[in-house]
Design a protein around this ligand. Structure first.
Ligand code: PLP
Length: 345
């Protein structure tokens, strides 16, 4: 506990970056830059919370192997904390996982264990943990409860505190994605607990089950091709996704998310990941609606991870062509949003 708290004490909060929208004088847009955590994404907060929760529950102790089902950011962040606690760490990942990600997990001393189908990772993680006398962290179950939703400098409390000196300090909307669902649960609960007027919008890939489940709670899974936007959008409704705290869901095509990640990267002068693009697309829709209704206010969203992780995908023209993503018309629509203040239909 002391090691994790000392690490936290050495860290600074992440920046809340204003995004200029000169065409919309009455609406302000901000992105909370979670890419500036030591492990490069918002999963740094989750990993810290999961380790503290597991330690307090007596689930992990000296020498125990930590196992997680994750092919991405969570595994990287958990490997960082496992190394801090001198615990072995194994990420159970699909065989198709990009070599850059495997390298990032291994950089922090973690190891990868491969499964053939992504859906097998959950059961295989549990089996492996049982076999090794270790602990399966299970981000998809515990994300919504490991974080102190009423405060303790969670992401929501940090956002509201950093907004205090802004012209419209209480956001009209907070826009985030859902992977585990933990971020939307924390922000939604915090906003309601503090009786803010803020509403929570989840920007969800079209291929994801979450927006379908939100509209019809009997829908639990979706078949077909999965989204290419890493970190968000799932084929099964994860236990940490709490639909009741979400006021609105916006389904975003992958091509729009990728185009938006590229536009946002150009406007901020730094590369942002795909799910930040998904967020921006939803922000542009909400800002357009607010402008049409003559509303004044602010919108806050999240820069979830660093775009350098996607140099050979979303930011590679060859990759876009190979995967059939024609981003130009979507980038043009977003550029028009910024110059005219309306996202063209
Ligand atoms: C996990 C993740 C999200 C979604 O956050 P959750 O709290 O898990 O819902 C968004 N973007 C990226 C890059 C992520 O890794």
């Amino acid at each position: 506990m002391r090691r994790i708290e000392a690490d936290y004490n050495r860290s600074a909060d992440t920046h809340l970056i204003p995004v200029d929208m000169p065409a919309l004088a009455d609406i302000a847009l901000y992105f909370k830059d979670e890419s500036s955590h030591p492990t490069g994404s918002l999963k740094h907060r989750l990993a810290r919370s999961l380790f503290l929760y597991a330690l307090c529950n007596g689930w992990i102790g000296e020498g125990m192997t930590i196992v997680e089902a994750s092919s991405g950011s969570t595994a990287v962040s958990e490997a960082y904390f496992a190394r801090m606690l001198k615990l072995p760490f194994i990420a159970v990942v699909p065989r198709s996982t990009a070599p850059e990600k495997i390298a990032a997990i291994e950089f922090y001393g973690g190891r990868c264990h491969f499964v053939d189908r992504p859906g097998d990772a959950y059961a295989e993680s549990q089996r492996l943990a049982d076999e090794l006398g270790g602990h399966y962290m299970d981000q998809f179950t515990y994300a919504e409860r490991a974080t102190d939703w009423r405060g303790n400098n969670n992401i929501a409390e940090a956002i509201f505190a950093q907004m205090q000196r802004e012209p419209c300090p209480v956001p009209r909307w907070v826009v985030c994605g859902a992977g585990t669902g933990g971020t939307s649960a924390t922000i939604g609960r915090f906003a309601r607990y503090n009786r803010h007027e803020t509403r929570i919008c989840v920007a969800d890939p079209e291929a994801s089950v979450f927006h379908r489940h939100w509209a019809d709670r009997s829908v639990q899974t979706v078949d077909g091709p999965t989204s290419r936007i890493e970190g968000i959008g799932r084929a099964r409704v994860e236990p940490s996704f709490i639909p009741g705290v979400v006021d609105r869901m916006i389904a975003v095509p992958d091509v729009a998310s990728i185009a938006a990640a590229r536009v946002l990267s150009r406007r901020l002068g730094r590369r942002c990941g795909g799910s930040s693009g998904t967020n921006l697309w939803a922000c542009a829709l909400l800002a357009t609606e607010m402008a049409e209704a003559g509303e004044r206010g602010s919108i806050v969203s999240i820069l979830c991870d660093h775009g350098d992780r996607y140099a050979s995908t979303y930011f590679s023209d060859a990759w876009l062509v190979e995967n059939g993503f024609e981003v130009a018309p979507w980038e043009a629509r977003l550029d028009a949003f910024f110059t005219e203040g309306r996202l063209p239909a």
